[in-house]
Design a binder for this molecule. Sequence first.
Ligand SMILES: *[C@@H]1O[C@H](CO)[C@@H](O)[C@H](O)[C@H]1NC(C)=O
Ligand SMILES: *[C@@H]1O[C@H](CO)[C@@H](O)[C@H](O)[C@H]1NC(C)=O
Ligand SMILES: *[C@@H]1O[C@H](CO)[C@@H](O)[C@H](O)[C@H]1NC(C)=O
Ligand SMILES: *[C@@H]1O[C@H](CO)[C@@H](O)[C@H](O)[C@H]1NC(C)=O
Ligand SMILES: *[C@@H]1O[C@H](CO)[C@@H](O)[C@H](O)[C@H]1NC(C)=O
Ligand SMILES: *[C@@H]1O[C@H](CO)[C@@H](O)[C@H](O)[C@H]1NC(C)=O
Length: 905
Amino acid sequence: MGKHLLLPGLLLSLPMTAAWTASNCLVTEGSRLPLVSRYFLLCPMDSSLPFLASCILVTNLTQTLEAVPQHVEGLCLSGSISVLPPDAFSRFPGLKVLGLNLHFTQLLPGALRGLEQLQRLHFIGRRTDFLYLPPDALGNLSSLHHLAFIGPCLDGSLGVRLPPSLRWLGVTYSCLQNVGVLADIFPDLVLGSSSGDAWSLDTLDLSFNYRLNMTRPGALQGLQLRTLLLADTKMEVTAVVESGLQRLDVLSVKKPNMVELPAKVIAHFELQELHLQLTRIGNIAPEALSSCHSLRSLTLQNSFLSDLPPGFLTAMPKLQTLNLAANKVKIAMLCTNGTEAESGLQTLDLSQNGLYTIPPDTFSCLPHLRELLLQDNKLAYLDSQVFQGLRKLETLDLSGNLHIALGEDWLASLPALTTLNLLDTQMVLNLTFAFRDLERLHNLRLRLPSGPPWKLLLPVGLVSLELHTISGMKPWMLVPDVFPVLQTLTLKGWGLQLEVQNVSKIFPVLHQLSLLGNSLEALCSQGTSSFFLWQLPRLKQLWVRGSGHSLRPCCITGLPSLQELKLQGLQSRAQPRPVRLEELVGELPRLEVLQLQQTGLETLSAAAFQRLGSLQVLVLDWEKGIVLDDSLQEQSPQMPQYMYFLIASLACQCANAWVGHWLERSPRTYVHIVSPQLCQPEAGGGSKSPLFPFLRSHCPKTLELGLFLGSFVLVLLLIFWPLLQEARNWIRYLQALFRAWLQGLRDQRGEDKLFLYDVFVSHCRQDQGWVVQELLPTLEGCLPAGWGLRVCLPERDFEPGKDVADNVADSMVGSRVMLCVLSQEALCTPRCRLELRLATSFLLAAPYPPALLLVFLEPVSLHHLPRYHRLAWLLRRGDYYMWYKGDERKDNFWAWLGSRLRQPG
Ligand SMILES: *[C@@H]1O[C@H](CO)[C@@H](O)[C@H](O)[C@H]1NC(C)=O
Ligand SMILES: *[C@@H]1O[C@H](CO)[C@@H](O)[C@H](O)[C@H]1NC(C)=O
Ligand SMILES: *[C@@H]1O[C@H](CO)[C@@H](O)[C@H](O)[C@H]1NC(C)=O
Ligand SMILES: *[C@@H]1O[C@H](CO)[C@@H](O)[C@H](O)[C@H]1NC(C)=O
Ligand SMILES: *[C@@H]1O[C@H](CO)[C@@H](O)[C@H](O)[C@H]1NC(C)=O
Ligand SMILES: *[C@@H]1O[C@H](CO)[C@@H](O)[C@H](O)[C@H]1NC(C)=O
């Protein structure tokens, strides 16, 4: 039946329910960027920008940009455009970040005109694309500080002026072979060009220019640089010395054929930081060390290192950060078997070094160490001797050392420890005493061992705790029984003994909870409808990632502060079953972001959104066959402002036919559907066709005509309503009575009466919540849980284009039972009074009267009922009932209603 809104009150909800979309563009608020970040991967977007858009498959720039809201501050375009025309972005004067992933050939003069606020500009293209920039293409971008060319070849452009505000220049993945050519393209970089002074930049990124192998001596004469990035080029690192750079502080190189430390470069520039990765250095020559005294940070990752020369740390007195990850370093030499002088080192990364053991005194020269990373080694035993002297150590990572055994007092020498990671280990450790005396430990990540004593004694000051458990192990008891400052809790698998009732006392300030694996099931009630049991009044973020085994959904409900909820992988892989949104989420009044991924979600209806009054963003990912129930159209509370269907498909069903039309209306809910939506016609398996046009041509067309007529009549009604209301009502009333009487006569003549509906439900707008949430699910729900009745609901089932009173009268005549939902509010609205009046008149006029039932949602003085005396005479005692909230009394109510609906008349 078509949708039709006749009542002026409902008119007000029209703009709220409408949706909009921007064809192939995804629009988001910056603060929500992480939810859809994979659609912004190529663009340097930053979540501090208020409003962002990313458009794909752009073939007509003008057309695409027309759909983008004018106040976006970040814009990312990808498509097959090759020429940017003048004033291409003049509609967006507030643009701060622009990423263009196009098939470039040319920027016409003035293409970027008007972008005075632009701060970051990225050109992304294929290495085979040539991009021609006119000399003044960038000169007027007076706020630009970050400029990157990723891919396209710039070789044809010459003399391009750079804006003075520029701090970061990247030319990567391009055809660049010679650094000298770069200076020809951007002459501002070099001293002696027209601007007079040489440039000063924070960063010059020339990484991944696989063919870059030359530099003209003096090519970058006078350029002052803080950082030079040279990963994966063929350029000799020593050539940097001859390039004429006036200053260089940080050099980062990834170069598989490098065999020794670039001592000459370090010494020439007195480098502060050197980051080398994937080299073949192997051993560091003691002579090379002598030039390293200026280094504050050194990375020698994945460089086949084994021996460290004696005096390695002494040679670098300023060194604070040393990263030796993924080597085979003999660490005894770090402090030269305990003879090295004290070093100021603060961070040491020795992960993935295949270490079996750590000899005593290894860290004896590092009293200032704050962070020690030893993950993914093969450490077997550690005792307190190992960490002797690390009195300032704050962070220790031992994760991934599979078979580590830890001595009784192994942490005793680490009084400053705040962060400890023991994940992915099969520790042998007496946990009753393990963390004793670690008063400052705030962050602990731990895999629970499977052995006794099953009592986990933790520091009371923990702020964040992550526990992994092995399935089938005996549950552990947490001691102490209150964690007064614990804010973040992650549980992978369930292995704890916790009282559900007082969990809010155990974790009084918990903000963030992650339940991974099967831990949700342990926190779910076991009744017919299962719901989340932990009552955590302060919880703001909840992430549930299931293991694909749970057979029924657990409704997350009753968390008054929850703002973000992510449900992932909850559907059973073996027995998938479609769920309704209201089975997954219940009453969450503050929820702003809801992310659903592989939950088996099928139906979205108004009933679920009504309990999510603050919802702003809904993200559906890896969900298929979704049905947007048309109750959403009349969604009186509010739909979320943003709905993203990422890898998600709408079902090819007529129930979704209204959506296409809804999306074309004016703004309120932004809907973005990423995947193309196709329909496979059932019979014959013909070719797939786009969803909405298909539904439009195959589903009954009542919708649009109904809407047209509806709005037309609505406008008329609005104009004349006040004048005509009373008079009309009476005329209609008499007509309806007459028809009912005729109908009654006909029925009497023995013609079978066929009812269109089982129940006509009359209610006022204020009581709609009760009707939708309580009444309809039972009446309309499928057997055996529901009663499977055909219900006529005025807002939903009225025939479009027909007068209110006609509609009411016809629907009443066509229904077996009339049910009036009454409250104080209802009795004050003219329509409810009219419906009640009509209903009582029918009882009199029709020889075989349909039944009339009254439901009171609150106590109402009977004398407020219209025609009370007549009603009192007509109604039998069992024809009205009061609804109370308590469970037991609800049962009585349903029993009454059930019995009355089954024996009408
Ligand atoms: C691009 O779209 C605009 C507006 O929709 C239209 O006027 C123009 O002709 C289109 N250009 C091309 C090349 O199709
Ligand atoms: C740059 O700005 C100057 C002065 O406002 C103007 O004359 C010139 O046309 C602009 N150039 C471009 C490419 O927009
Ligand atoms: C740089 O590489 C090109 C080819 O990639 C080669 O022709 C040229 O000789 C190389 N130049 C130097 C200095 O290695
Ligand atoms: C350090 O100890 C190792 C064995 O533990 C030994 O082979 C090496 O010679 C010692 N080095 C120095 C400088 O004492
Ligand atoms: C743990 O240590 C306590 C005290 O030293 C001892 O009573 C208990 O038996 C130990 N448990 C294990 C499994 O070693
Ligand atoms: C939690 O509840 C149990 C029983 O319901 C009680 O024995 C225990 O003392 C409670 N713990 C706290 C911290 O209130």
